[in-house]
Write a protein that binds this ligand. Structure first.
Ligand SMILES: Nc1ncnc2c1ncn2[C@@H]1O[C@H](COP(=O)(O)OP(=O)(O)OP(=O)(O)O)[C@@H](O)[C@H]1O
Ligand SMILES: [Mg+2]
Length: 293
């Protein structure tokens, strides 16, 4: 990927449609290395520890995510990256530590409640309904937005019908945005891997998230597919102001599109800063030289 892929964002903070929130630490908004202003801290992870039986997946990890930024999580295999995403969206509950989302402590919250707070995700191993069409899979991303249940469907069929039309309209917007009109009626299982990854992104976007958690969205893709995916991630961040937490192994991608990077190794945080800062960090270099990455 060349440097033209790098973002060229305005210095304005993008409108998120949300009321302004005070940073838990009352920190001033930061300015990213590329000159773009990013917002205040919206997700604050404090001293997170998570273990599975004897396996310590995460040990005393603290970092934050600021509104509108692209925050990468990197590290060798088994470092705890996916576990961290699973903690953020409530699949795993850490034994120790505190999570603040928009300044509010969040303990023991169910993934569906977290999704309703505006956090959507994609999975390291694609989690789509392979026998269903692209359109129907993306429609499942609207679940958190659906108000009418069976009873209201029966009583207020007009309202439910309007709601359905609105959901379909949003889904079609996402389909246009990600340029997948040509496959909208294709069963997902028949698509090549790279397109399935894009459909998974589409399903997450259909929820109109404020924060998007992407677990290796480019794994297994060729160079051209990676460039497309980078462009879509930058466009989502740019046009919708979506905050993005991204797990990625490709250092070129990380350097090109992320504002800040947190580095994990054996469940511990070994680096945190701009891409340039972490790439110059001795511990990070050692962790990477000691592995196949
Ligand atoms: N559900 C689980 N049960 C038991 N151990 C788990 C579970 N999930 C993760 N682990 C362990 O926690 C550690 C961190 O795993 P995790 O999947 O978070 O790493 P990762 O950084 O995402 O790795 P990769 O780059 O291979 O995806 C590993 O030792 C893993 O085996
Ligand atoms: Mg993983």
């Amino acid at each position: 990927m060349n440097t033209t892929m790098k973002r060229h964002l305005s210095s304005e903070i993008l409108p998120s449609g949300l009321p302004p929130v005070a940073s838990p630490d009352d920190e001033a908004p930061a300015v990213a290395a590329n000159g773009r202003r990013i917002g205040e801290v919206i997700l604050d992870l404090q001293n997170i520890s998570l273990s599975f039986g004897g396996v310590k997946a995460l040990t005393d990890i603290s970092f934050d995510v600021r509104e509108h930024e692209i925050r990468a999580i990197i590290g060798p295999n088994g470092a705890g990256k996916s576990s961290m995403i699973n903690v953020i969206n409530g699949v795993y509950h850490p034994q120790k530590g505190r999570i603040l989302y928009r300044g509010q402590p969040r303990a023991g919250m169910h993934p569906s409640a977290i999704a309703r707070q505006g956090i959507a995700r994609t999975f390291q191993n694609i989690a789509l309904f392979k026998g269903m069409t692209v359109l129907d899979n993306i429609m499942t991303g609207r679940n958190t937005k659906m108000r009418s249940g069976l009873l209201s469907n029966a009583m207020w069929w007009g309202a439910a019908r309007n709601e359905e039309i609105e959901h379909r309209r949003k889904v079609e917007q996402v389909i246009d945005f990600l340029e997948i009109q040509h496959i909208r009626k294709t069963p997902v299982g028949r698509l090549p891997y790279g397109l399935q990854k894009r459909v998974e992104l589409a399903r997450a976007l259909a929820a109109e998230p404020h924060m998007l958690l992407l677990d290796e969205p480019m794994a297994g893709m060729n160079v051209e597919e990676k460039q497309d995916m980078c462009r879509f991630i930058l466009d989502v961040n740019d046009q919708f102001g979506t905050t993005i937490v991204l797990i990625e192994h490709d250092m070129g991608v990380v350097m090109d599109i992320s504002d800040r990077v947190v580095v994990l190794d054996y469940g511990k945080k070994i680096g945190d800063g701009t891409p340039e800062e972490v790439m110059g960090n001795e511990d990070v270099i050692k962790a990477y030289l000691g592995t196949s990455h």
